[in-house]
Design a protein around this ligand. Structure first.
Ligand code: AP5
Length: 218
């Protein structure tokens, strides 16, 4: 209904810019950002049961099995903050089964944002990506470099173990196998956005699309 918080799904290939745009969306719309990649990496780091199960798949660039991830997201969406602030799903659903599970749980999105970026651009983005473990901020050594005078920050930047040319080939294969089925589940709320532009230009279209979805609902 018009008064309820906005629920958003953002999708796109590996390194299409989902995390970068989510940083901006959560500031603008005060939604709860749920990145399944971040949640799984945290589980691996903490050595939980889920982490142990997920690790070998993630290391190989493969999707973790649906049954490992579906329960986590369902439980998380049941929590109060998601219900009162609205949610922003980043990296989920990634398969037809995940999309079905979300619908069965009664979780309906207002807007499905798809970031469209050609494969050849993605490899370069993956290889140059670095993240700050303290703030979670995403950088790129060429396209979005950290401040050159902040030696402490530069020294602590991390390069994900699946961010190699070899692994991104597998990650792209997994993406191309599933993308049509996922998009097909959200045809009526899907907005395709050209993600091969400066982050601020991509962001402008995203904000407009979310506002349009909200206006339509009202
Ligand atoms: P996940 O962490 O979700 O990885 P991903 O989908 O491959 O996405 P990325 O985090 O790589 O990229 P992004 O789109 O967020 O791009 P970013 O903004 O960082 O998943 C990792 C693994 O977890 C999976 O392989 C799988 O094993 C598992 N997993 C997760 N969810 C799952 C699920 N639902 N089911 C099963 N398994 C699951 O940008 C990338 C780089 O480009 C950065 O350096 C950034 O600075 C730069 N950049 C961003 N925007 C621009 C721009 N406009 N121009 C130039 N550079 C840019």
């Amino acid at each position: 209904s018009a008064g309820s918080p906005v629920n958003i799904i953002i999708a796109g290939a590996p390194a299409s810019g989902k995390g970068t745009q989510c940083e901006i969306i959560k500031e603008e719309f005060s939604v709860v950002h749920l990145s399944t990649g971040d949640m799984l990496r945290a589980a691996v780091a903490a050595g939980t049961d889920v982490g142990v199960k997920a690790k070998e798949y993630m290391d190989g660039g493969k999707l973790v099995p649906d049954e490992v991830i579906i329960g986590i997201i369902r439980d998380r969406l049941e929590e109060d903050d998601c219900k009162t602030q609205g949610w922003l799903l980043d990296g989920f659903p990634r398969t037809a089964a995940q999309a079905e599970a979300l619908a069965e749980a009664g979780c309906t999105a207002d807007c499905f944002l798809f970031l469209d970026v050609p494969d050849e651009i993605l490899v370069e983005r993956v290889v140059g990506r670095r993240t700050d473990p303290e703030t979670g901020k995403i950088y790129h050594m060429t396209f979005s470099p950290p401040p050159a005078d902040d030696e402490e920050l530069i020294a602590r930047l991390e390069h994900r173990s699946d961010d190699t040319e070899e692994k991104v080939v597998v990650r792209l294969e997994q993406f191309h196998t599933n993308v049509a089925a996922v998009k097909g589940s959200y045809e009526d709320i899907m907005v395709s956005i050209d993600g091969n532009r400066a982050p601020a230009d991509v962001s402008k279209d995203i904000t407009e699309s979310i506002n349009a979805a909200l206006a339509k609902r009202a």
